[in-house]
Ligand binder design. Structure first.
Ligand code: FES
Length: 165
């Protein structure tokens, strides 16, 4: 009788500990705060879309086959390839003083109207004063999805090569 009571009490204690832990864990919506998930299959070639991640604008540009074919090594180094399609994904703030540059599809590049800085379709600077290309946010590739806010192996490699900042 005593053993049976002890076993029931033990199970009850474990169950209540589990319930307490669950109530301490953050809600799924809180856990996912700070992450932005992008379905890359919906973007159109040479059409800039501005997404948002942690309050910052994120430029997503799907490159055309011609853009991919003529990429320099510096452009290739910033390329994000997902299921055979190539993308530029960058924080859409000029690295000079933080203005938001405009994309010019006909020129396949960005112009920052504040002081005339220019960037190519991979986010590299082509005309100063910006001191460097667009920053690349931490990202992880999951199938056709890009998770911003999490560093996957592709991002880590870019970071090690010093091109994310
Ligand atoms: S803020 Fe872009 S060129 Fe100055």
């Amino acid at each position: 009788m005593g053993k049976a009571f002890g076993a029931v009490a033990g199970v009850g204690a474990i169950a209540s500990l589990y319930a307490m832990k669950k109530s301490w864990d953050p809600l799924p919506s809180v856990r996912s705060a700070g992450f932005t998930t992008l379905d890359l299959s919906v973007y159109k070639e040479n059409e800039l879309v501005t997404e948002k991640w942690r309050g910052k604008p994120i430029f997503v540009l799907k490159k055309t086959a011609d853009m991919v074919a003529k990429q320099t090594d510096a452009q290739k180094a910033r390329d994000i390839e997902v299921n055979g399609a190539h993308y530029m994904v960058c924080i859409g703030l000029c690295t000079h003083l933080g203005c938001i540059p405009a994309y010019e599809p006909a020129k396949e590049g960005f112009l920052c109207a504040c002081h005339g800085g220019q960037f190519d379709y991979s986010g590299n600077v082509t005309k100063v004063p910006p001191p460097r290309g667009f920053d690349i946010p931490p990202f992880k590739i999951e199938g056709n999805t890009l998770v911003l806010g999490e560093a996957g192996p592709e991002y880590t490699k870019m970071k090690e090569n010093g091109i994310t900042l």
